[in-house]
Design a protein around this ligand. Sequence first.
Ligand SMILES: C[S@@+](CC[C@H](N)C(=O)[O-])C[C@H]1O[C@@H](n2cnc3c(N)ncnc32)[C@H](O)[C@@H]1O
Length: 309
Amino acid sequence: MNHIPVLLKESIDSLNIKDNGTYIDATYGCGGHTKLILSKLGINGRIYAIDCDITTILKHKILDKRIIYIHNNFSNLKFFLNNEIGKIDGILFDLGISSFQLDNPKRGFSYIFNGPLDMRINQNQNINAYKLLQDINEKKLSEILKIYGEERFHKRIAYNIKKYLLNNKLNNTKDLSYSICSAFNKKNKFKHPARRSFQAIRIFLNKEIEELKKVLNISLDLLKKNGIMSIISFHSLEDRIIKNFMKKNSSYNKNIIRKIPLTENEINNLYFKKKNLKLKIINRIFPNKNEILTNLRSRSAILRVAKKI
Ligand SMILES: C[S@@+](CC[C@H](N)C(=O)[O-])C[C@H]1O[C@@H](n2cnc3c(N)ncnc32)[C@H](O)[C@@H]1O
């Protein structure tokens, strides 16, 4: 299936593309967002297109002199864009994986198609899903399913997966899917029982939360004054991290302001905060009904936008 970019117009409009600006698409994927940036960019504009999945870049590469491709994890941005600190007009993140990756059985992300237990986004990474499931104990696995998949039946599922492994019955994504499904008594007509567990294993294996936490401060340093940070996320855990980061760098603690008179400590804190304000929160956007109907993947998306001040 072709990848349909999520919140495409909204995210690119939020970047307010300048004719000769310099932009980073930190999650290039199939190039959907980059293409729209390109269409608004003048001949001297530039886009750094980052993706840690080399097959994705090779397959979707657009030949345009304004694009500079970088095959690496976005958490390493500061190292390879050291010269661009304070010079970037906008940075975009569209987190997670694309339909191109999800629907390729060989990548092991899918609970529908059968394939190897891989799930690595960056194929240079040593550990794949099979090795991870072997290495961790049942308690840790249960914790991963609970935290990253918000899976209610995490204990039962972890027990089943480990049992399948012990009996040499966990050799591919179909086996994993079976082992998860067998933990459910009733089937949900609308959601596949293995969806949350596959997502949890993928997020943990690829250190997606750590990658995000690392890159937020780096992105802020790369932006110039009035530069824009636009981030699309699909998971409440990711969204909370982004929301808290933007809040921490942008606003006063309203509860303190409401409390009058302030203590000396609180006044000092406010002054410190004012001096350290780095962002202005611009917007929070959800996909509309039409987008959700035409692209189901967008249903859990949230776009958060902030401007460097
Ligand atoms: C949802 S897709 C982006 C789709 C893209 N915006 C489009 O419209 O075609 C996310 C992409 O980010 C890449 N990615 C995920 N985590 C990454 C990381 N830590 N560093 C670099 N790329 C990453 C994935 O390989 C994937 O291609």
